[in-house]
Design a protein around this ligand. Structure first.
Ligand code: HXC
Length: 258
């Protein structure tokens, strides 16, 4: 079935997913999250794809979970049926890199979705926030956990308790986003980064992602040991031989993802 709330395309080996529910500022409802999850899984399984990008519109990456859809839910609805949250975990199972290209509002679930991506490139008009407190709730897709890991306790508390927005420059200073670029350069810059990643050996790219993510799940010694195992394992790949031989021979490597 053709998705209705996202647009899916490829640019070379990059899978690009554009959230496309403009009338609701890309508010994330069940259907949109299901379509996003299915598109990510399809790209992850596609050997032609090396990296993915999630983006929105100029005005909004996503203004959060769909408030209208949530408004009348009871505790039993959300707890027993896992409404709202049940299809948010798909993105965490994606093993190829996913870049968030954020312009406009990334609020609530929109900020959380961006933070679930591997890194965020922000347009200069981006605004990040966790305004759930204004609705009588708290973040529900990892915001209280990923935001402090990204920006530290002080700013995470400030944002979660006051509901204020943070602009792109503050987000970059705080470490939430890796770069800020002019709005009209957002897709060019993001695709350039994604295409760069696609040019490397996929086993090493996936190992780098896995190892960095491990830093958030383990103590330092265990994390370093995890890294060491992956580092050693990559010496079993043809691409390690090719990458190093190419350097020694002063030529460009030809990786085969093997
Ligand atoms: C449903 C939304 C929406 C949302 C915007 N819209 N955000 N609909 N859910 N989260 C709709 C508006 O109702 C409006 O529809 C249209 O999008 C345009 O929005 P406006 O408010 O008219 O635009 P503007 O004045 O520019 O204000 C932009 C805004 C504001 C500041 C982003 O829309 C806003 O505050 N939105 C809510 C942000 C929020 O609280 N997010 C957190 C949600 S809770 P109509 O039909 O009137 O034109 C959450 C929990 C996460 O995310 C849980 C994860 C599991």
């Amino acid at each position: 079935t053709t998705p209705e709330m996202i647009l899916v395309r490829t640019e070379g080996r990059v899978g690009v997913i554009t959230l496309n529910r403009p009338k609701a500022l890309n508010a994330l409802n069940e259907q949109l999250m299901n379509e996003l999850g299915a598109a990510l899984k399809a790209f992850d399984a596609d050997p032609e794809i090396g990296c993915m990008v999630i983006t929105g519109s100029e005005k909004a990456f996503a203004a959060g979970a769909d408030i209208g859809a949530m408004a009348t839910y009871t505790f039993a609805d959300v707890y027993v049926n896992d409404y709202i949250t049940r299809n948010w975990e798909t993105i965490r199972s994606v093993r190829k890199p996913v870049i968030a290209a954020v312009s406009g509002f990334a609020l609530g679930g929109g900020c959380e979705l961006a933070m679930m991506c591997d890194f965020i490139i922000a347009a200069d008009n981006a605004k990040f926030g966790q305004p759930e407190i204004k609705l009588g709730i708290i973040p529900g897709a990892g915001g209280t956990q990923r935001l402090p890991r990204a920006v530290g306790k002080a700013k995470a508390m400030d944002l979660a308790l006051t509901g204020r927005m943070m602009d792109a420059l503050e987000a970059e200073r705080a470490g939430l986003v890796s770069r800020v670029v002019p709005l009209d350069k957002l897709m060019d810059e993001t695709l350039a980064a994604a295409l760069t990643i696609c040019g490397f050996s996929l086993p090493s790219v996936m190992a780098a992602k896995e190892a960095v993510n491990r830093a958030f799940e383990s103590g330092l010694s265990d994390g370093v040991m995890f890294e060491r195992r992956l580092f050693h394992a990559l010496f079993a790949t043809a691409d390690q031989k090719e990458g190093m031989a190419a350097f020694v021979e002063k030529r460009a490597p030809v990786f085969t993802n093997t």
